[in-house]
Design a protein around this ligand. Structure first.
Ligand code: KIV
Ligand code: ZN
Length: 518
C-alpha cells in the first residue's frame, strides 16, 4: 500500500501574492474549477478578511467547487477566523487555516509580543476555529528560522487544542534540504502527539530549493505538501506543484512508497490557464511545463530521440496532457530530423519531392534561426501548390521603393525551362511586381482581396500572403510564403495566375513577353 501525499494548492492565495498577479472573482473561480479537475486535495481560495471582493470570491468558490477541501487563510484574530469561516462554511468540505509566526525575529519585531503570550493566543485561536469546524490547520510562519524547542512546544499545543493539520513553512526560502529534512524528522521525534495531525510543509523558492525541500520533507514523514501552479507566489515563488507531483510519478522507482491523487493529464492545461489569467509567463526552460521541456535542438539529441525517445526524454508529454516532442529545426538539422518532424505532422514526401522540400527548408532556415511547426505547414502548403501547377515559377525578383523613388520591380519567371523578364513600376513594390508579372503573362486580373500575416513570431517570422484574383467573374485564391513579404506576395499572385491558366487551359505566355538577354 502506497502512502497518499495530500496536495494543498495555494495558487489562489500565496500564488496571487505574486507582484502583478491580481485575479478577479471570475478568474479565481475559473482556476478553482480547473484545480478541481486536476483533483488537488485542498484549494486555499484566499484571505477573506483582506477585502470584501476577496471574501465574495472565496465564498463563491466554496459554494460551487466540489471535490477538494476549500480553505481560507486567517490570522489568529477572532474577527479573521469568523470571516474565514463565513467565507468557506458552505463548502462540501470546509477548512479554516490559521497562521502565526514562531521565529524570534518575527515575534520581537513584527508582533512585539513574548513567545509565551503568542503561544497562548495560538491555542485560543485554534479553539475558536474549532467551534466552527473539525478541520483546522495551523501554520507556524517562518518555522525554519525558529528555535526548535519553541516549534515543538507550539506544535504540541495546537494539536492538543484541536488542529488537525500542522504546517511547517519555510516562509523566506531559507532552508537547505538536509536541514529541513532533519527538522521534520525531529518534530516527529520530539512532539508526543504529532500522530494526531497531518504534518504539512510549505516551501518558498528564494534559494531555488522549494521543490527539493518539499520532497525531502515527504521522505521524512510530511503527508501534505503546499505548492502552487507554475511555482508562482510571494517573491521568488512557492514550490511548483507540477515539479513535485511529476517528480514523484516519473521517479516512482525512488518515491515508490508515495502517491498523489492528482489527474496529471490536467497539468498542462492548468499551467497554461494560470499563466494566461495571472499574466505571469512560463519560462521556456521551466521544468515539466516550459515550452522547451519537450523540444530537442542539437543534432545528436534529435537523432537519439528519433531512434528512441527515451534517449533524451524522461517525461512523456502525454502524461501531463502536453504536446509531443518537438524538434527545434535549424539550418543544422539533417534530412533525418526534417523527415521525422514531417512524419509526426502526417506528411511523407517521396525521395525527389523530399529533396526539393529540403532545399526550400534550408533556404528558409538560413533566413530564420528556428523553423517552427507552423513554418513547415506553410512550406508544405506552398510545395503542394507548386506541384499541382508547374506553370510559372519565380526565378528572380528585385524591387525598388523608398520615400523619394518611384517604386519599380524586375521580375524573371521560368516556364518549363524558358525564362521571361519584365520591368514595371507601380504605387508600391508589390504592385510594381504584379504589373511586371502581368506584362509577362499577358493576363489582366482584378485583385479582389489581399492579406499578409505573420505565420510565426519574431522579427524574422515567415509571412504568408493570400489573395483573391478575379478574371471575368472567376475568383481564384493564391497563396505564398516567405520571410520577405514582397516575395510572399509575388508568390501568392503567381500561384493565383498559374491556377487561372490551368483552369482556362491556355498554358502559353503571350508573344509580347520579352525573353531575358544573355
Ligand atoms: O509562507 C508562509 O509562511 C505562508 C503562511 C501563511 C502559510 O504563506
Ligand atoms: Zn507562503
Amino acid at each position: 500500500m502506497k502512502e497518499r501525499i495530500l496536495i494543498f494548492d495555494s495558487t489562489l492565495r500565496d500564488g496571487e501574492q505574486t507582484p502583478g498577479a491580481k485575479l478577479n472573482a471570475r478568474e479565481k473561480m475559473e482556476i478553482a474549477r480547473q484545480l478541481a479537475r486536476l483533483k488537488v486535495d485542498i484549494i486555499e481560495a484566499g484571505f477573506p478578511i483582506s477585502s470584501p471582493g476577496e471574501f465574495k470570491a472565496v465564498q463563491a468558490i466554496a459554494r460551487e467547487v466540489k471535490g477538494p477541501v476549500i480553505t481560507a487563510l486567517s490570522r489568529i484574530v477572532k474577527e479573521d477566523i469568523d470571516t474565514a469561516w463565513e467565507s468557506v462554511k458552505e463548502a462540501e468540505n470546509p477548512r479554516i487555516h490559521v497562521f502565526l509566526a514562531s521565529s524570534d525575529i518575527h515575534m520581537q519585531y513584527k508582533l512585539r509580543k513574548s513567545p509565551e503570550e503568542l503561544l497562548e493566543q495560538a491555542v485560543e485561536a485554534v479553539r475558536h476555529a474549532k467551534k466552527y469546524t473539525s478541520d483546522v490547520q495551523y501554520s507556524l510562519e517562518d518555522a525554519t528560522r525558529s528555535r526548535k524547542e519553541y516549534i515543538y512546544e507550539v506544535v504540541e499545543a495546537v494539536i492538543k487544542a484541536g488542529a488537525t493539520t500542522v504546517n511547517i513553512p519555510d516562509t523566506v526560502g531559507y532552508a537547505v534540504p538536509d536541514e529541513f529534512a532533519a527538522l521534520i524528522r525531529d518534530i516527529y521525534e520530539k512532539v508526543p502527539n504529532i500522530h494526531k495531525a497531518v504534518l504539512s510543509v510549505h516551501c518558498h523558492d528564494d534559494l531555488g530549493m522549494a521543490v527539493i525541500n518539499s520532497l525531502k520533507a515527504v521522505e521524512m514523514g510530511a503527508r501534505q505538501v503546499e505548492c502552487n501552479i507554475n511555482g508562482i507566489g510571494e517573491r521568488a515563488g512557492n514550490a511548483s506543484l507540477e515539479e513535485i507531483v511529476v517528480a514523484m510519478r516519473v521517479r516512482q522507482d525512488y518515491f515508490s512508497r508515495f502517491e498523489t491523487g492528482l489527474n496529471l493529464k490536467e497539468i498542462y492545461k492548468t499551467s497554461r490557464l494560470v499563466s494566461g489569467l495571472t499574466g505571469i509567463p512560463i519560462p521556456v526552460n521551466k521544468a515539466v511545463i516550459g515550452t522547451n521541456a519537450f523540444a530537442h535542438s542539437s543534432g545528436i539529441h534529435q537523432d537519439g530521440v528519433i531512434k528512441n525517445k527515451e534517449t533524451y526524454e524522461i517525461i512523456n508529454a502525454d502524461l501531463i496532457g502536453g504536446q509531443a516532442a518537438r524538434m527545434m529545426l535549424t539550418a543544422r538539422s539533417g534530412r533525418h530530423a526534417l523527415q521525422y518532424q514531417l512524419a509526426e505532422m502526417g506528411y511523407v514526401l517521396p525521395g525527389d519531392k523530399f529533396e526539393e522540400f529540403y532545399s526550400r527548408f534550408l533556404d528558409l532556415a538560413d533566413r530564420k534561426k528556428e523553423v517552427y511547426h507552423e513554418d513547415l505547414e506553410a512550406l508544405i502548403a506552398d510545395q503542394i501548390a507548386l506541384d499541382y501547377i508547374p506553370t510559372f515559377k519565380l526565378e528572380y525578383l528585385q524591387t525598388v521603393s523608398g520615400t523619394k523613388s518611384v517604386p519599380a520591380a524586375v521580375v524573371k519567371l521560368n516556364r518549363e525551362g524558358e525564362l521571361f523578364q519584365e520591368v514595371a513600376s507601380g504605387s508600391g513594390p508589390i504592385e510594381a511586381a504584379f504589373n511586371a508579372i502581368d506584362k509577362i503573362t499577358g493576363i489582366n486580373v482584378r485583385l479582389d482581396s489581399f492579406n499578409i500575416r505573420a505565420v510565426t513570431e519574431g522579427r524574422e517570422a515567415l509571412g504568408e500572403a493570400s489573395l483573391k484574383i478575379n478574371s471575368g467573374g472567376k475568383v481564384i485564391i493564391g497563396r505564398g510564403t516567405s520571410t520577405d513579404i514582397v516575395e510572399a506576395s509575388v508568390k501568392a499572385y503567381l500561384n493565383g495566375i498559374n491556377k487561372l491558366i490551368l483552369k482556362n487551359g491556355n498554358g502559353h505566355p503571350p508573344e509580347a513577353a520579352e525573353k531575358p538577354g544573355p
